[in-house]
Design a binder for this molecule. Structure first.
Ligand code: ADP
Ligand code: MG
Length: 272
């Protein structure tokens, strides 16, 4: 049976590597032979521009026109909406128009499930759908969590994300209880790590100690490296931009960990 996994990449803090992780895990999965769709769900449209659509405000179709069509009971024209990137991933792009929906969704029936309903027909076409979330825990992120099977949480390693994590986990828990009981936490991935400093090393240990009991903390750590940000400027993944760099190897390893993790889970489910 075909099973699609929808993974929301979430953290209400900006600059922790959500967009970079969404892009490079998505393309990593595609390189492993999976059919992958990326949904840019941040009004900043960073992911859309990282993938090369720099002038995203000029796009006629975007994630916000999709939500508009759904709310107004119009058919969604997925063919016109979905862009294809040369590294073999599909993209539903975003631009600043999405910002209006934080408020506009409030008056919509089943507002939390709007994104979920929009992407439901696409589940049969993809193995993975990755959603890049905005840096907030508002209506857009709740929509992403409601649409998702799993949440992947990037955290930065400069300092302890204690309070922010508590709030994020509370939101995940609320969505689990009220809207989407299937939602699981894929795990925490540590990003932007400056592995030469002692403070980073001790933060890494503390993150593993404080969260590792309840949540998977991925073994792979994404190092800080200028190549990661350079790649986004030229609209490429880290694999196409600097294939042998440490960041490329790290993202490739993270992708493998993620896939293996799902295989194990699938086996567990089958044997129940
Ligand atoms: P978020 O989506 O959480 O705001 P981004 O993925 O946009 O975070 O990353 C924030 C900034 O850090 C961006 O300018 C990005 O290019 C840069 N960046 C992301 N990952 C790395 C990394 N591993 N090394 C260096 N810079 C990075
Ligand atoms: Mg981002």
């Amino acid at each position: 049976m075909h099973k699609c996994k929808v993974i929301a990449v979430t953290n209400q803090k900006g600059g922790v590597g959500k967009t970079t992780t969404t892009e490079n895990v998505a393309i990593g999965l595609s390189r492993q032979g999976f059919n992958v769709l990326i949904v840019d769900f941040d009004p900043q449209g960073d992911l859309t521009s990282c993938l090369g659509w720099k002038n995203n405000d000029a796009l006629e179709h975007s994630v916000s026109s999709m939500l508009d069509d759904y709310i107004n009971d119009n058919d969604i024209n997925y063919d016109a909406l979905i862009l294809h990137h040369e590294e073999d991933v599909d993209l539903i792009p975003a631009n600043i128009e999405l910002a209006d929906f934080e408020m506009r969704l409030v008056s919509v029936i089943n507002r939390e499930q709007t994104l979920s309903n929009c992407i439901e027909p696409l589940r049969s076409k993809y193995d993975y759908i990755m959603i890049d979330c905005p840096p907030s825990l508002g209506m857009l992120t709740v929509n992403a969590l409601s649409a998702a099977d799993e949440v992947l949480i990037p955290v930065q390693t400069q300092y302890l994300p204690a309070k922010g994590m508590t709030k994020l986990l509370q939101t995940v828990n609320k969505v689990q209880r009220k809207i989407n009981s299937n939602l699981k936490i894929t795990g925490i991935v540590m990003t932007l790590a400056d592995l030469n400093t002692n403070i980073t090393k001790s933060t890494i240990d503390t993150i593993r100690e404080s969260f590792g009991k309840n949540i998977r903390v991925f073994d792979t750590i994404i190092p800080k490296a200028t190549k990661a940000s350079e790649a986004t400027i030229v609209g490429k993944s880290i694999y196409a931009y600097a294939k042998d760099s440490k960041v490329a190897v790290a993202y490739s390893n993270l992708t493998k960990e993620l896939v293996n993790n799902q295989k194990v889970k699938h086996k567990e489910e089958m044997s129940r």
